[in-house]
Design a protein around this ligand. Structure first.
Ligand SMILES: [Cu+2]
Length: 226
């Protein structure tokens, strides 16, 4: 092998090492992205999902598929609003002394868990991005929403002033908000952000009139009633 070829190989090796070092630094600099969603009066909006979609591919197909729980306690789904990455298996345990019959007719996942107690049914895998509205056939006031997103970077506003998304690598992102307190077609416009530092923040104001937070008597699955 010629001296020139050797020098080329050593330069390539050095460049490779440099690439690894930059990657490691980027991981170390992963940011916490906080998002504050407020209504037009400046009040934090409860029940809003925030998710940041990277311009690069963030999927880790070798990772163990994520799992999540949509609990049932005191005739209510807990949480009322759940956000999961596409491919997540969600368990629906019933911790009440009465039976529940859980269902959804949503396009992103239509399913039914016939009347049961405890952990009678296997988890449901949510493999299509979108919003799945969930109800109980026995208790009309029971409802919940699962937002399925194609990113591991998400958070929820639920009685907090901000939602925090941790371990966000540097890069360009589109930040989306979804709230079941607005009709599906009236959701806030997405925001673009470039993450460079260890912390980033976005304020998002919703100007449309919001439906009140879900209570134990209203049925927000039916927009026609609003
Ligand atoms: Cu029920």
């Amino acid at each position: 092998m010629s001296g020139q070829a050797l020098r080329q190989i050593s330069r390539a090796a050095a460049a490779g090492w440099l690439g690894v070092l930059i990657c490691a630094a980027a991981t170390a600099n992963a940011a916490t992205l906080t998002v504050a969603v407020t209504d037009r009066a400046g009040t934090p909006v409860s029940d809003a999902v925030i998710y940041a979609v990277p311009s690069h591919n963030a999927r880790n197909d070798t990772a163990t598929p994520p799992t999540a729980v949509m609990d049932q306690r005191e005739k209510a789904f807990v949480p009322h609003l759940l956000v999961v990455e596409t491919g997540t298996a969600v368990e629906f345990p019933n911790h009440d002394t009465v039976g529940h019959h859980v269902y959804s007719f949503s396009d992103a996942k239509s399913f039914e868990l016939p009347l049961y107690s405890g952990r009678a049914h296997a988890p449901i895998v949510f493999d299509t991005p979108g919003v799945v509205d969930i109800g109980c056939n026995i208790h009309d006031h029971m409802e919940a929403h699962i937002v399925i997103v194609d990113t591991p970077y998400f958070g929820v506003m639920s009685g907090s002033d901000t939602a925090a998304i941790v371990d966000v690598p540097p890069g360009q992102y589109t930040v989306h908000v979804y709230t079941p307190r607005l009709p599906p077609r009236s959701q806030p416009a997405p925001h673009s952000i470039v993450i460079t530092n260890s912390a980033a923040h976005i304020d998002i104001s919703i100007e449309q009139r919001l439906r009140p937070p879900h209570g134990r008597t209203n049925r927000s699955l039916e927009w026609s009633a609003y």
